[in-house]
Design a binder for this molecule. Structure first.
Ligand code: NAD
Length: 398
């Protein structure tokens, strides 16, 4: 198989995870582009990439790149995906695919017409125990599904001096907490349960109406994650001054959301999404309650799955897995499976489809990896959440 040549646009926290996953999937990181030529040069060493590109647009057009990984702030996703597809490149675009459901739909149509691979790292699908939950549902072990509930909680924006480009709607989009992490939760529970959220009612809160203009970038761990790269930057709001750290900016995006929903198949559900829950670092948790059994999965403790029953409740370990879960599992039980392993397994599926067009899915059959239609689906749910919260009413998901 010829080596797949990747370019990474963006050089922050998730770009480093992509670089690792690309290599584990047998690819090579040809180059990287950050927000400025200087930052791109600095990123080459950090990501162990071949060379620096002055701009992401240049990277998207490079002749020696087969697949563009879009790891920039959200507002740049749509333009970069369009440039990459137009140049005949396969695309792995970070979530959210774009800032609205309508634009995500357009990108999905463009990708479909191109025949190229167009994937989105909704990577919690690659925790073997989440796959095991899906397999149990598909095998009918739960009986008819009645309730789907859970939460996705983080705390990295819990303080008024926490800030990040995601807070600025011009860069991150109109929805923050829900688009950023609620999208992962909805994708995962729909994929595991086989149910689709048909209608919902949401309440959204901005618990901190102001934040420090140049706050601590608490989520970013790599060396190049502090700039949005967009002209509007973190200068959102009205009161930006030169004394960074003391000047407050107005915040409009939500810190937390609660959603009640009904599925097309008649189950009901609820989810709480928050980035201001002290002590919760990345707590994606769900439970699906059927007539016979329930399953619950905790992304911070992904080695096990609770299989509930009236007569007997079991804790399944990451061992003796169903075939679907065994397919993604790459290390034996007792050797913990992590976030980067999910990314590696996802990228392996994506690169297999780049190598073999037969693995890219058909109108009847989705590909093995999460793709643009899945991300468009989460964008429509996000749009419905914002509209419902604004109107204080139930709304159908388009
Ligand atoms: N799938 C997941 O689990 C997951 C996890 C984290 C982040 N993400 C997504 O990945 C994206 C990046 O998030 P992050 O946490 O890495 O952010 P980050 O702030 O750590 O990094 C953003 C990077 O983009 C670069 N950048 C800004 N403007 C640019 C431009 N014009 N051209 C090229 N690069 C530019 C910055 O220099 C920085 O390196 C977001 O869309 C986010 O939603 C997904």
């Amino acid at each position: 198989m010829t080596t797949i040549r990747a370019g990474i646009a963006g050089a922050g926290m998730v770009a480093a995870v992509h670089a690792d996953a690309i290599r584990r999937a047998g690819g090579v990181v040809v180059g990287v582009a950050a927000s400025t030529p200087e930052r791109s040069k600095a990123a080459v060493q950090r990501l162990n990439a071949g060379r620096a590109f002055d701009t992401a647009e240049e990277l998207a057009l490079a002749d020696d790149i087969d697949v563009v990984h879009v790891c920039t702030p959200n507002a740049l996703h749509g333009p970069l995906v369009r440039a990459a597809l137009a140049a005949g490149k396969h695309v792995v675009c970070e979530k959210p695919l774009s800032l609205t459901g309508a634009d995500s739909e357009e990108l999905t149509a463009l990708a479909e017409r191109s025949g190229l691979v167009a994937a989105v790292p909704l990577v919690y699908r690659y925790h073997p125990m989440a796959v095991e939950a899906r397999e149990r549902v598909r095998a009918g072990d739960l009986g008819a599904i009645r309730l789907i509930h859970g939460h996705y909680l983080q705390d990295w924006l819990a303080r008024p001096d926490d800030n990040n480009w995601r807070v600025d709607p011009a860069v991150g989009g109109a929805s923050r907490a829900f688009a950023d992490i609620g999208s992962h939760w909805c994708d995962l529970v729909e994929w595991v349960s086989g149910h689709r959220i048909a209608e919902l009612v949401a309440a959204a809160q901005t618990v901190m109406p102001q934040r420090a203009a140049a706050g601590r970038e608490t989520f970013t761990s790599a060396g190049d994650g502090t700039d949005s790269g967009a002209e509007s930057g973190t200068g959102h709001g009205t009161e930006r001054g030169t004394d960074h750290g003391t000047t407050a900016v107005a915040v409009t995006t939500e810190d937390a959301v609660q959603v009640l929903f009904r599925t097309e198949q008649g189950a009901t559900g609820a989810v709480v999404v928050s980035q201001v829950s002290p002590g919760r670092k990345n707590r994606l948790w769900f439970e699906i309650d059927g007539a016979e059994r329930s399953v619950s999965f905790d992304g911070e403790d992904p080695e096990s799955l609770l299989l509930g029953g009236r007569d007997r409740t079991e804790i399944l370990r990451r061992d003796n897995l169903s075939p679907g879960a065994a397919r993604v599992n790459a290390v034996p039980a007792g050797h913990p499976w992590g976030y980067r392993d999910c990314f590696a397994a996802f990228t392996a599926d994506v690169y297999a489809a780049i190598a073999d067009p037969a693995l890219r899915g058909t109108p009847e059959q989705s590909p093995l990896y999460p793709a643009f239609p899945d991300a468009a689906r989460t964008a429509h749910i996000t749009d419905a959440v914002l509209a419902s919260a604004a109107n204080r009413s139930w709304i159908e998901v388009s």
